[in-house]
Ligand binder design. Structure first.
Ligand SMILES: O=C(O)CC1=CCC(=O)O1
Length: 258
């Protein structure tokens, strides 16, 4: 296990330098950890791959105090600096896509390409996130599993691949409640609706046609606001990189290499 102390936090990461020219950084969604990107294994033939657990998730440190998308964006930049990675491609899903938008707005000079999947300029409502925080404060993380399953996967995928579903929902059950709540506040507070025009990096937006959290409509809005962007959709719910692993990876490969 590799851990770097950067930006005043211990970040757990895996950097696989396969000897390629380009680096691709993957950023997890709320309640998941770096292993959610095991479904993108085919991309190791084309990129050096850096995955990491967002602060408060997986084996990264759960620091005290308020988390913001700026803090999480600076964690990425500090981790890249630590590994001497000057320029990179970045792919984030959902909360990871919020971090990607922050990087596109504030650190475009570090990005070659940006991929933001199953995300929105603003995800959910303040009341919805405060209710989720209250729920976590009064229940066990395992009590989030059933609701997450419904948001993350289509019913068809749950029937056909129950073991894959369990692998992902185990991640939320094992997430620290403090870390989860701190990251819920990040998602609640991030709002890029007025700033997306500042993103100049070529951007690929991936939506899931069955995603009821961050919908195709949210993807269309991102596409309209980010000048140099393309929008594609996969037949999937929220975790489209798992449900349509091959299609997701191929979209990334074609976009970066085109
Ligand atoms: O609510 C969920 O589990 C879906 C989600 C919203 C932000 C995120 O990263 O995941």
């Amino acid at each position: 296990m590799a851990v770097a102390k950067v930006n005043n936090v211990k970040i757990h990461y895996q950097y696989k330098d396969h000897g390629h020219e380009e680096v691709l950084i993957f950023s997890n969604s709320l309640g998941c950890n770096l292993s959610m990107w095991s479904y993108q294994e085919m991309l190791k033939e084309h990129f050096n791959i850096l995955t990491y657990d967002t602060r408060g998730h997986g084996d990264s440190e759960i620091t005290l105090g308020k988390y913001t998308v700026e803090l999480l964006g600076n964690d990425v930049l500090a981790l890249a600096d630590h590994l001497n990675i000057e320029k990179f491609n970045f792919c984030g899903l959902s909360m990871g896509g919020l971090i990607g938008q922050w990087l596109g707005i504030h650190a475009g000079n570090r990005l070659n390409h940006l991929i933001i999947a199953n995300t929105a300029a603003k995800i959910g409502t303040e009341t919805g996130w405060n209710d989720r925080i209250q729920f976590v404060n009064h229940n066990k993380m395992a009590d989030l599993v059933d609701g997450s399953k419904v948001r993350w996967f289509t019913p068809e995928y749950c029937i056909e691949f129950p073991q894959e579903v369990s692998k992902l929902t185990d991640q939320i059950a094992n997430t620290s409640p403090d870390g989860y709540v701190a990251n819920c506040a990040v998602v609640r507070d991030a709002d890029f609706r007025e700033q997306l025009h500042k993103i100049k990096t070529p951007t690929l937006i991936i939506s899931g046609t069955k995603d009821e959290v961050t919908t195709v409509e949210h993807g269309k809005f991102l596409n309209e606001q980010i000048k140099d962007s393309e929008h594609v959709s996969l037949n999937a719910a929220h975790l489209s990189n798992v449900e349509q692993a091959e299609g997701f990876s191929e979209y990334i490969l074609n976009f970066i290499k085109e």
